[in-house]
Design a protein around this ligand. Structure first.
Ligand code: ATP
Ligand code: MG
Length: 432
């Protein structure tokens, strides 16, 4: 290329060596979702912009300054999805999932796009793992959704704090808004520019400001206020009781509001201990009005989303091993060039038996092939030599111990399978 073309700011290439960690987290997520009875859903990466304007809320950071919005060739305004809940609620309505058995429990994983300020743990294309449940009012489901998100993190050995709150409903939330408005109106000049606007449009959002000073003032203004109506108060108490039953530890944080407008009642956030703007690993909550707003029947909803990059970052910070087995199980080395065909056949046979197997294709010397084998990270190397083959044998080298044995060719697949199993039981014995 004459002049260099780089990837867009705020994006990353996930390279071999790193991508195994992503796959490990994604596969773990898939597994736990199936255990909890969730089915996968995939929606488009872009949607009509109105979906997010309405579904996320026009006074949110996402809509005000973070969306990738463009006109397509027919001049329709489209946006790359900044989050997963609004598209899935749209699908619930559009694909009439409400007419089947309820609740509908779905999970998703994939890229999201936000024009954020790039830094560690903050990207413009990032990846979320999330779930949504439609059609369940019971506080038991709130507790289970929260418990599942913590269960998922705990399986990696992560130590995280869970913050929970109830943001009330359409009946009681206005009381909170009023209180904040009244408390902050007189201190307008101390608020950041964004929050001065928020005070008029959506004072609750001040509790979620990135400026500590604004948050502090809002917390002061809201202090001691018990605004929840009896129904919301009762729901929240039951959620807490079920979390106690499930042995999930939490911190009640009355100032926790979520960035999106559609949340009702339960809100929660999972935070890495410590300081810094990228502490939030995931969060979620209830959104009982969203489906109806999209033209569906009145349907309660609850869900959460976690950031894959943040999970990996915190795992690294907490020194947790990501048990990725190497790319290869076996590497085949040939002592003589004429054995190439034999090696190819043996490779196919190993692969046909579920083994990850490879060889050199550059016509390297045996010494150089052994070097390649070492670099490949394969725990076992099979060496084909014509003398041994004449006796119906091949050499099998255990790369970890360095020991080498002769194995009858006819037993090779069975032997290697057995060795690989023991090898990976040893390697995979990690905490969590
Ligand atoms: P933050 O306050 O860190 O901007 P948020 O409230 O905007 O987070 P949510 O909308 O709740 O985030 O998204 C859920 C999760 O997605 C976050 O907890 C985080 O792990 C992840 N996430 C959000 N934005 C980004 C981003 N720009 N880059 C990487 N991960 C992100
Ligand atoms: Mg954000």
């Amino acid at each position: 290329m004459p002049s260099s073309i780089n990837r867009p700011r705020g994006t990353i290439d996930v390279l071999p060596g790193e991508v195994e960690k992503w796959q490990y987290v994604e596969e773990s997520f898939r597994r736990i979702c199936r255990e909890y009875g969730y089915a996968e859903i995939r929606t488009p990466v872009f949607e009509y912009t109105e979906l997010f304007d309405r579904g996320v809320g026009e006074t949110t950071d996402i809509i005000e300054k973070e969306m990738y919005t463009f006109l397509d060739r027919s001049e329709r305004s489209l946006s790359l999805r900044p989050e997963g809940t609004a598209p899935i609620a749209r699908a619930y309505v559009e694909d009439k999932l409400f007419s089947g058995p309820q609740p509908v429990k779905v999970y998703y994983q994939g890229p999201m796009f936000r024009y954020d300020r790039p830094q560690a743990g903050r990207y413009r294309q990032f990846h979320q793992l999330g779930i949504e449940v439609f059609g369940a009012f019971s506080p038991a489901i709130d507790a289970e959704v929260i418990a599942m998100s913590m269960d998922f993190c705990r399986r990696f050995g992560l130590k995280l704090d869970l913050h929970i709150n109830s943001v009330g409903c359409g009946v009681c939330r206005p009381v909170m808004r009023e209180k904040l408005y009244a408390g902050l109106r007189t201190r307008l000049e101390d608020l950041c520019e964004d929050c001065r606007l928020r005070l008029e449009r959506n004072p609750l959002r001040i509790l979620d400001c990135k400026e500590k000073r604004c948050r502090g003032m809002a917390e002061e203004a809201a202090a001691g206020l018990n605004f929840l109506c009896p129904e919301c108060g009762d729901h929240f108490e039951k959620v807490r009781n079920y979390l106690d039953v499930l042995d999930v530890k939490y911190i009640v944080d009355h100032c926790l509001v979520r960035g999106l407008d559609y949340y009702t009642r339960t809100a929660f956030e999972i935070m890495a201990p410590g300081i810094g703007a990228q502490r939030s690993v995931g969060g979620g909550g209830r959104y009982d009005g969203l489906v109806e707003m999209f033209g569906g029947p009145p349907t309660p909803g609850i869900g959460y989303a976690m950031g894959l990059e943040r999970l990996l970052l915190v795992m690294q910070e907490q020194g947790l091993p990501v048990p990725c087995s190497g790319r290869l199980d076996v590497y085949i080395v040939t002592a003589e060039a004429e054995l190439e065909g034999k090696a190819l056949r043996l490779l196919q046979e190993l692969r046909g038996n579920g083994m990850h197997a490879d060889k050199d294709y550059a016509g390297r010397s045996m010494k150089a092939q052994l070097k390649q084998a070492g670099k490949s990270g394969a725990p076992f190397v099979v060496i084909l030599g014509s003398d041994e083959l004449r006796r119906g044998k091949v050499a099998l080298k255990d790369m970890l111990s360095g020991s080498q044995t002769e194995v009858p060719l006819a037993d090779l697949v069975a032997t290697v399978t057995g060795e690989i199993d023991t090898h990976f039981t040893k390697v995979r014995r990690f905490k969590g």
